[in-house]
Ligand binder design. Sequence first.
Ligand SMILES: [Zn+2]
Length: 213
Amino acid sequence: MIPDGRAMMWGHFRRSGGGGGVVPLLPAHKIMLLAPHGGGERFAGLFRSVWAKMPLWGRRKILGHWRDERQAAGVFIYGGPSIALMDGPIHLDDRPDDRVLGLVNGRGFRIQFRGDRAAEMPDDVAMDLIAHELAHVYQWAAGWEEMTSGDHFAIEEGADHMTAAWGFGTTSVDEWALAVGRVGLVDPSSWTTAQKDEHNARVLRSGRGVLIP
Ligand SMILES: [Zn+2]
């Protein structure tokens, strides 16, 4: 038997009067956003706009997954999904990666967004990013076998397909990152051939990003 951690956390949050970098994300489902560096109110609003625009079947599938205690126990996350908006690089394979803007792991229970980058994005771009990460959660919820086999190209392609089906853009985040020089190096026009090759190889490997000619 697993204690209802989500209700416990929610109760603690309500009693403390909010603050502390925690903002309600989906109050009807007792789901919160951890935003210790700020920006949580705007981001939570955008998240709710995405959630409202998503089809009911997508939301139901994700909520059902987040409520599944056997799934949660498998990744040692209690009390609903851990959704965080944090400044500074997100760690990928235990290394900080400046290019990562959002990440879903822990079988769809751990979602991280790059707060300082999201703060720079126009609303519609940030919403496309949120929809993309929720599509990854959906993939876990629906038991896509690629999620465990690690076929990154298939995973990204599938997430983009889902994001488009929900009515969101699939290229705006990469285009924004490129336009504001947020692909790790400042100005792609000044890149050496080796830098372009490395970037393009990474895009092809991960299935994400814009190829630089
Ligand atoms: Zn992705």
